[in-house]
Design a protein around this ligand. Structure first.
Ligand code: UD1
Length: 423
């Protein structure tokens, strides 16, 4: 397993291009199951999770090739309606195939994802939503087994706004007979893009980007092409890297990003003292001389994303004062905290609230990451820690950040990848 060696203390400056959004790609690719034919997904990030989704779709008979960042998917032949445990255990987003499979083929067998490093992550809303559309769903030997003749429209209210459940139910409803209303639907940009893609495929969807989505089912859809939106979490992570490591007068420019998608992160960074300018598809950031403590509470979009909580804690670890960071989406998502403490951070966690007392210095050590965004926060801390930080198990990072070390090196960071120890 690879590790990163980071020698901290190098100020970052220069330009970095943001890659396509992992969570958009993972929602878009399964949509190819809805209609036979050839699809092209431009600006697809080259990431381990995208490879995992490709392998899963290939196991169902689809043919997938990529030319640089354009992913071509041929779904002319679909030979299996099953998502086996081997794939789903690697990546929970595999459950996205449930909606398209049951609506188009009337059957699906999808492994239940189980828990994850940040505690239970149920899929009850996916199941209840698709059940309401008329599918018979049983849990058999660790699998969700769904059957339906033809799904029908229904009114669905999600008790919790869920990205995955909204995407899954939308993909089920587009081919259903009649109209489906989803109340308290997710409004995340990745769901907006999925809706836009489904519309290009011939779906009839109203209320895209609002909490109330209305879908009028159609008899069939056709293939389409789309360019994946920029990754807002990668954008946020590089903004925090710049705020953490920058020196006055030496800024970082992010290109090929969507500033509107990271509004909450920009406001918080400005509160922390950073100077930020934005254009249609770029952001320039200059670090504060001294990082001000800023509280953050995660919320559904357009609130502060839970996927930025770990990186924000890394920034606040160096703030001049105390901040309180609350995660309202995932209560157990604080595995990075004990590792940041090993680097000298002063953080305590009670339930879903982290209290971060900023310190003047972090000192490099060996740390281990347990999930994707935790890894990102350890790298950020390593960039400002004195001496060398070794971040082990970076395969988590490879799931969601494309060429992170190359991008950071280009900005002036001293970071390199090495084959790590076996566990
Ligand atoms: C997606 C993102 C993930 C991000 C999360 C929240 C992808 C592939 N992943 O995950 O990076 O951290 O949104 O922004 O897009 N819930 C239920 N029952 C369900 C489904 C969800 O109770 O059936 C709860 C979850 O436990 C959580 C909340 O709803 O508390 C939101 O989760 P959800 O939006 O579904 O997250 P994912 O789609 O899994």
């Amino acid at each position: 397993m690879d590790k990163f060696l980071i020698r901290g203390g190098k100020p970052l400056g220069g330009t970095v291009a943001i890659s396509g959004a992992k969570n958009a790609s993972l929602a878009l690719m399964p949509a190819a199951l809805l209609a036979p034919g050839r699809y092209r997904f431009g600006n697809t990030p080259l990431l381990r999770d995208v490879v995992t989704m490709s392998r899963l779709l290939e196991s169902m008979g689809l043919r997938i090739t990529h030319d640089d960042h354009t992913l071509s998917v041929d779904s002319t032949t679909v030979s299996s309606h099953e998502a086996p445990y081997e794939h789903v255990k690697k990546m929970r987003a595999s459950v996205y195939v449930l909606g398209p499979l049951v609506s188009r083929f009337g059957e699906a067998r999808v492994s239940l994802p189980g828990g994850c490093a940040w505690g239970p992550r149920p899929v009850n809303l996916h199941i209840e939503g698709i059940r309401k559309l008329g599918a018979d769903i049983q849990l058999e030997a660790g699998y969700i087994v769904a059957r339906a003749k033809r799904l029908h429209g229904a009114r669905i209210l999600f008790d919790v706004s869920s990205v995955g459940a909204t995407g899954n139910v939308m993909m089920a409803a587009v081919l259903a007979n009649g109209t489906t209303l989803i109340e308290n639907a997710a409004q995340e940009p990745e769901i907006v893009q999925l809706s836009e893609f489904l519309v290009r495929m011939g779906a009839r969807i109203q209320g895209v980007g609002t909490g109330r989505i209305e879908i009028e089912g159609v008899d069939e859809l056709h293939p389409a092409d789309i360019a994946t939106i920029p990754d807002r979490i990668e954008t946020g992570t590089f903004l925090v890297a710049a705020a953490l490591t920058g020196t006055k007068g030496k800024g970082v420019r992010l290109e090929r990003c969507t500033p509107n998608h990271v509004g909450s992160i920009i406001v918080k960074l400005e509160d922390a003292g950073a100077t930020i300018r934005t254009g249609p598809d770029w952001i320039e950031i200059e670090a504060p001389e001294q990082i001000r403590p800023v509280n953050a509470t995660t919320a559904i979009y357009p609130g502060f994303p839970t996927d930025m909580q770990a990186q924000w804690i890394a920034l606040m670890a160096r703030a001049h004062g105390t901040s309180v960071i609350t995660d309202t989406i995932y209560f157990d998502r604080f595995m990075h905290v004990p590792e940041l403490v090993r680097l000298g951070a002063n953080i305590t966690v009670k339930e879903n609230i982290a209290t971060v007392m900023g310190v003047d210095r972090l000192v490099g050590a060996k740390v281990m990451s347990t999930d994707l965004r935790a890894s990102a926060s350890l790298i950020l801390a390593g960039l400002v820690a004195e001496g060398t930080t070794e971040v082990l198990r970076v395969y988590h990072l490879d799931r969601g950040y494309e060429h992170v070390e190359t991008k950071l090196q280009a900005l002036g960071a001293d970071i390199r990848r090495e084959p790590g120890e076996e566990f």
